[in-house]
Design a protein around this ligand. Sequence first.
Ligand SMILES: NC(=O)c1ccc[n+]([C@@H]2O[C@H](COP(=O)([O-])OP(=O)(O)OC[C@H]3O[C@@H](n4cnc5c(N)ncnc54)[C@H](OP(=O)(O)O)[C@@H]3O)[C@@H](O)[C@H]2O)c1
Length: 338
Amino acid sequence: MSIKKIIPGKLGFGSAPLGNMFRNIPDAEAIATVKAAWNEGIRYYDSAPFYGAGLAEIRFGDVLSQYPREEFVLSTKVGRVILDEVEDISKRDLGEKGDLFKYGRPNKIVNDCSVDATLRSIDDSLKRLQTDSIDIVWVHDVAQDFYGDEWLNMFESARKGAFKVLDRLRDEGVIKAWGLGVNRVEPIEIILALEGAHPDGFLLAGRYTLLDHDRALQRVMPEVLKQGLGIVVGGPYSSGVLVGGSHFEYAPATPEILNKVAKIKAIADNYGVSMKSAGLQFSLANPAVAAVIPGASKPDRIAEDTEALNAIIPDEFWEALRVQNLVNPAAPLPIDNK
Ligand SMILES: NC(=O)c1ccc[n+]([C@@H]2O[C@H](COP(=O)([O-])OP(=O)(O)OC[C@H]3O[C@@H](n4cnc5c(N)ncnc54)[C@H](OP(=O)(O)O)[C@@H]3O)[C@@H](O)[C@H]2O)c1
């Protein structure tokens, strides 16, 4: 079933920061952030075993298990199994973003997209999330940024393992939907053309944002629409830099990126538009997009997000972005839907 029919509302909550990404977040602050999301009416929650080696799922479980399960939609991921065995985090070799969760739990993380690992990973997630069902399962990071030159081998292993298991679980009604959860466009391009795998949508992070959207716009969005699927936009703030943070793509932003953000911000300031509104409403203007899921580790962020989603943006702001070539001329904007 297309994820567009499953996900309630346009705004979800992403839990990567709650895995202690970038800093050691006190439990109380993490819990207060999830509660703030619930109290603001957010009903779609995304997590992954990778986020702090189980930490983000455990924190979700602590809060979300207090609410009726049928009132919210939950997604998590497969592709990495978290062991009970602990390891020296500084010695982990998990690719270019491997030390992203250096403040997370020290449990050993095993990359594995086989049939057995997929089933085990789902079982483990159910326990950490304190639930008996997961609505959407994303196959996590089978892409260049985590596997380098080996990424196609990992994708092939997922094709023979995770994709088949998830097709079956969805067809049996155990889960409602599945797809890829990736920071790169290419794996989605491949699976969209693949015979024998039938995903329901994709979590594409950082690649359909105000800052960075060219390839997805051309290579993925039209085909996703044609096949009746949907995209969840992860990392809509490009991991923070768009809205005042210092990271782009989970690393310190380069001068080039900061320069582009400054140009957009100058126009936003001119029209009294917040960068959050611009970012969220840009991503949502593409008809292939089902929802945006910003991440946060501070409770105050959530009210900012909901306000940003609903703020009225003057048409002139979007026109100025187009005139100054700060968005792809073919990218749909909210003014095009009027
Ligand atoms: N491969 C995948 O499947 C994949 C990859 C990436 C992301 N995702 C999903 O997408 C979700 C969102 O991505 P993300 O969390 O990485 O990035 P994001 O939503 O683009 O940005 C989140 C960051 O923005 C910061 N931020 C928010 N408001 C701010 C403000 N007013 N001033 C300064 N900074 C602000 C937050 O900081 P604080 O922490 O201080 O609140 C947080 O670190 C993830 O949580 C995850 O669920 C999936």
